[in-house]
Design a protein around this ligand. Sequence first.
Ligand code: CDP
Ligand code: MG
Length: 947
Amino acid sequence: MGLAASPQKKRHRQDPQPSPSSPSTSSNPASPIKKIKKSKYANAPPAFLHNGPTSSASKLSNGISSTSVAGTSSSTLAPSSPSRSRTVPASNVSNGLKWTESALKNVDPRIVEARAALPIASGQQAIIDAVRAYDTVVVLGETGSGKTTQIPQYLFQAGFAERHPVQMIGVTQPRRVAATSLARRVAVEMGQPDPAMLPSVKGKARTAAGGIVGYSIRFEDRTTRNTRIKFMTDGMVLREMIGDVAYGPSSKSIASNDALESTSSSSAAVRSNLLLKYSVLIIDEAHERTLRTDQVLGLAKRIQRERKALRQSWLDRGKPSNETEITELKIIVMSATLDADRFANFFATPSRALAANATLTDPKILTAANDKQHVPILYVKGRQHEVTMFHTEEPAQEWTDAALRTVLQIHVSRPPGDILVFMTGQDEIDTLARSLELYSSELPAWAEAESKPLPMSLMIAPLYAALGPSASAKVFAPTPPRTRKVVLATNIAETSITIPGIVFVVDCGLAKEKTYTPGTAVETLEVSEISQSAARQRAGRAGRERSGECYRLYTQEAFKGLALAGTPEIVRTDLAAAVLQLCAMGQDPYTFDWLDQPDATGLQESVLQLIQLGALDIKTLPALNGSDGEAEKGKAKLVLTAIGGKMAMLPVSPAYSRSLIAAGERGPTVARQVRDLIAILSSDRSILVEPSDPEKRDEANKAKSTFIHPTGDHATLLTVLYSYLGESDKARAMSKARKTEGKVDVKVVEKEAREQVRAWCSNHFVHEKAVKNVLHIRKQLRTICRQQKILCDDDLQEKLANSTSAQDEDPSEEESDSSSSSGKGVDKTGLFVTRKTNGISKPSDDEEDTHFTGLRQSLLEGRIANAALKNPSTPNTYKRITSSASAGATFKIHPSSTLHPSKLAREGGGKKLDAILFEELVFTTQTFARTVSVIEPSWLQEFAQRG
Ligand code: CDP
Ligand code: MG
């Protein structure tokens, strides 16, 4: 294959400067890339660079200007600052600074220099002053100006994480990769150990190894008692708030909201969800408006005001020594776009939730604490270089193809500088990465044939949420000499992450977005157009270090047709998980402080779904004679049931958590199966490799057929996982036997064992990395199941084998490396559950392991809405049983499913498939159900009646 068909020759016009192509070859056909304008590309509108659009500004310090949203009376403007708080032992006040000075000695001077050169550096004091003076501060600044990495350090040094008992500075992120990569970066900047490398030890040894900076993401907690700056996903903060309720002294309140409602200020239940471990909560990337960020914003608003009131009450009562002191919470909202006023206004106004569900006895204190606030907005002026914009002349037919051609054209015709390509998802990224690798190996031959100078090497670095910390390290590492780095990223690189060295941006104009239509009750991940604001952000990535170029794979007209800003997730997502979480925290979803009120139908639907799952109940308050309940008489209230409380504690969707609980009731074998299946389904990547090359695909399908279970995809996926575990067990047993023989190099033996498993994976088209990720999730789910008393048979076996095993480990001390399953033989039970090799299972489990009946029933119990019956009028189509007339669309089984009619025909099985259960509906050319299993129609009746 030569490069003759490559884009730089065929499709990109090589027009004279300032096109990115060589001027000498103007005889080439027209290019889809046309320079529309060469203008100073201002990433930020004038308002961004100067003052807030509506408020007056005052210069605080070089580079930072400030405006504020006014509250009512000036008396509420100056809450007590932490420096004045009597809770800080005097000896501790300057510790942060002293400590940092000594730790910084270990830091590379170039990093210290780079920090000082960031646009935000000159505003350090202004930021600290503002946070001291006000309860809430909004910080607005361009991506890369230093908000996320610097502000936590400034606050730490200023002593914000030193109160007694020790409190942390929490920083929330919408994405996992951002939380980990930022924590690691800040650790480097502070001369601290890498939190990702925290050794897998427990207890004191773990604490001793932990530094000041940690992170916590779902299924991975890298914090210790030493952590003072904690990066975490929004989901983890939410979980912490529920965790406090469930684990708090009055954990019985989980079964009924009464305890939460009737408690007074001295009760632990009131304090339980107040994020007391944090003195500062930084809500980052607020502009992304994910549902979780919105939830955090709303909760933080109430918590801040509630803590203020509780503190005041404690002070007024003369600081009773038998009560724990409650401190105030500082909130910093950070955004990379222009919506600062929105956030400032939101925090300036009183909390509706607090007013509606007041728990304090003294209304005066509450009113004072819940009064209007003054919320200053700090603007960090970034340094943005000129970005030259290019649009395609005509809409690209196939954007992935256009992306490939554009990258190659830039590579062979433009000066050094790394390329960042914005793509939709992991599959597209992996495919483009492979094509680029292929072309890049052809480059020397091409250059020789064309008598062109030898182009630099290409280094391809993918970046998407599912990548582990080590894989994403390639993205951030300095580019080697004579090499051009090409980062293929999802919209993760838009604002959360800054990649050094980027000069060229290629933007496909699309992003994967979750969309949910109330009424159909199905959520789909669809590729949709980005907003103009997102497109500007993407382009801006090219001008961080010097002037750059942005290639949009769409026309300028198409750009003008894009929505100005993206839709907040709350208006396009399933609210069930959010509603359950809120109820578990004792919040009423109807009076919650939403930044944007969710769609009423959607909210109602989620509540109904949770009632159907048995998580919520409607309770009418009885009219008790002479009690305070009189006013509330006859009022219907949503209450959390015991099952709901348990569901809220499981870090998976309500459907999965309900299935897991149902599985627990069906016995330890089913519980183990469902737990492991949820681990597979919760992982971001597929455990089976699906090659795009048709020849390879046939081979892969053949390999896959050894795993296929007649009941469908769920059991098939489990079979893949268990076969892998069986294989790695076999390899381990063999190497153990060889080791006991003696006279062997242990390392060599272990390496061979690993290679044996790797070879098995590649022969069976099993994605080993993805399986390891699943095992990692499975390990965390195991701990959680143990805590929630969901008994699994492998745990029972382990208990028998090792009666001294720790049962209820502290999850924070749970080691969490992503290596394969434990070597203790724990996984030996329940491994061989395929039809061929189920010899090991106990006879009573044979039925489960052969037919997976309990598994499918448990899954169904969690998602009746995802059950469908065959549509008699059109062959091979299905219709959901719960669909109303409005949602009566029919769909087919996705071609990738083992139950797709073509595959069943090949196997010669004319299965009936009258009723099915599926994981999701996807819309491509038509609607398809993915990950499908067959179910008995009679089960539907049974569960429907129960619901
Ligand atoms: O939050 P904001 O977008 O304002 O900036 P930041 O994430 O704090 O990044 C500030 C600077 O730190 C970036 O411009 C990068 O140069 C550097 N950085 C880095 O080198 N590696 C990271 N993983 C994160 C940031
Ligand atoms: Mg940031």
